[in-house]
Design a protein around this ligand. Structure first.
Ligand SMILES: [Zn+2]
Length: 185
């Protein structure tokens, strides 16, 4: 039986998920036909205070009289969204590329057109560094290893691995979301 996706490509593909929601078991309690749409997930735009849609919220309906659900709430996100971050996957890809080429973190954010505090910059990079082993593990599981890069730093290795997995993709992190159905960060 199919599970609830965590990422979707566009609203057309979400409409398809929505149509089948009653057939998908709740990720927490496993009950079928209890999932309902429960509004949108919003995030702030990367530069400024306007909000933008990041995805949809799904609820396991606990108000049903017969076989109530567990009340669990799940976010199903657009593949270019990053959970709990305001930057999107295309910007993160540019930032990682800058850092891998030897630019400072601040300069890499500037080049990607992202204005945020130094604290946020370092926190984002730290999250990436903490996740790298998981990301590489997933990539290796699905796509094998890329050709070895001697002497390259870990970020460059991960970039090469993503390019190996999704050749020609303009947005390999979004492609990772769609393929692995797990958050990149
Ligand atoms: Zn449930």
């Amino acid at each position: 039986m199919e599970g609830l996706p965590r990422f979707y490509q566009d609203e057309e593909s979400f409409a398809f998920i929505h149509q089948r929601l009653q057939l998908i078991p709740c990720p927490r309690c496993g009950l079928v036909s209890a999932l309902i749409l429960n509004g949108l997930v919003w995030g702030y735009c990367q530069n400024g205070s306007t909000r933008r849609k990041k995805g949809h919220r799904i609820l396991c309906n606990c108000r049903r009289v017969r076989s109530p659900g567990c009340g669990g709430s799940f976010a199903v996100l657009l593949c270019e969204s990053l959970p709990r971050l305001s930057i999107d996957t295309a910007s993160l890809w540019k930032i990682l590329g800058g850092v891998a080429r030897g630019s400072s973190i601040g300069r890499s954010f500037d080049h990607a057109g992202i204005a945020c505090s130094v604290r946020t910059q370092y926190r984002t990079l730290r999250r990436f560094r903490n996740q790298q082993a998981n990301i590489r593990g997933q990539l290796q599981y699905y796509f094998g290893l890329p050709p070895p890069l001697s002497g390259a730093d870990p970020i460059a290795q991960t970039i090469a691995h993503l390019q190996h997995a999704f050749p020609g993709s303009a947005n390999p992190i979004a492609a990772f979301h769609l393929h692995a159905q797990t958050a990149f960060l």
